[in-house]
Write a new protein. Sequence first.
Length: 84
Amino acid sequence: MAKILRKGAEEARNQLPELLLAAQRGRQTIITRHGRPVAVLSPIPSGGTAHPQRSLLPLVGSARGIYGRDSASALRRLRDEWDR
């Protein structure tokens, strides 16, 4: 297994095309900020996406009644709070 690369955030930003190519070739890169790890650039398994999207259909109706009887006015109140 290849050694995991470590790059500072600025260096990783400047070398992103090379780091993406390294990820395509199976190499991981740990991205640090002020010497502390904050992210990992990692190859995706060849089977497709890292996290296949799941259907939202099982969630239909799962929050019914959460905003009370009049969900439109409840959402309007919540939106108004952000405008202040």
